[in-house]
Design a protein around this ligand. Sequence first.
Ligand SMILES: NC(=O)c1ccc[n+]([C@@H]2O[C@H](COP(=O)([O-])OP(=O)(O)OC[C@H]3O[C@@H](n4cnc5c(N)ncnc54)[C@H](O)[C@@H]3O)[C@@H](O)[C@H]2O)c1
Length: 254
Amino acid sequence: MFVEEMFGLTGKVAVVTGGGRGIGQVVATGLAKAGAEVVIFARSDASKTVELIESEGGKAYQVRVDVTKEEEVDLAVKETVKRSGKIDIVFNNAGICIHKGTVEASIAEWKEVLNTNLTGIYIVARSIGRYMIENKIKGSIINMGSMSGGIVNIPQWQASYNASKAGVIHLSKSLAVEWVDYGIRVNCLSPGYIGTPMSADTPQELKDAWIPLIPAHRMGTPEELIGAVIYLASDSSGYTNGCDLIVDGAYTCV
Ligand SMILES: NC(=O)c1ccc[n+]([C@@H]2O[C@H](COP(=O)([O-])OP(=O)(O)OC[C@H]3O[C@@H](n4cnc5c(N)ncnc54)[C@H](O)[C@@H]3O)[C@@H](O)[C@H]2O)c1
């Protein structure tokens, strides 16, 4: 009962971007278990996430949207409000990574990463923030950063990714202060290495190089991020605003 009072999300509507797989999928199921109705903003099919949530008695549906396209995001927000009545929470999670040295990577690849990871987060936060302000909703926006926003990963080169995530961290702080008087909280979640399809695409020799650098001696699981997102989404984090919550097995401590 106490836990439900502190962290329960019953009656809340939560948007999860990129919720068709990986961290977004697992966190979406966690938000639903905490009581939220979950709306997956997905560029590709997210029916598996919807099925997972419904099979456990939760409520969910998907809206097809590319987070880099402002008009599509605005339409998706309208559709969600029409269908669910409101939006209280956003887990702004969609992102991509390209492992390439700066000289080898093209400017098009730089722009693709920045456009998805930073501008996409901005477009979604702006569209839903505008909706929350106009409708006096004291919502919670959780942007997906990364420990890569504060450190430089080795041995792989990914300057565009690192720069995009540093941008997300400071964008989150900027919006937290800009929207504080509306009662909208904006925080950032910065995981370390997490085992997902994104990291499954990574060559094994890279992953073998990462493990000795992690004080926890292993990568994290997407399930180990659920509690952090529920905390930031719930009223128990009412005084937590503009924070960058790092969940990295102590990687950034050493
Ligand atoms: N896996 C890790 O180790 C790790 C660590 C720190 C941060 N992150 C961040 O977590 C987030 C999720 O990563 P993941 O590992 O689950 O990756 P993933 O590749 O499994 O999932 C990313 C999701 O984002 C969606 N997406 C990408 N571009 C999109 C767009 N333009 N519009 C809509 N959806 C789009 C994809 O379709 C996919 O569903 C990313 O922002 C990533 O940078 C991941």
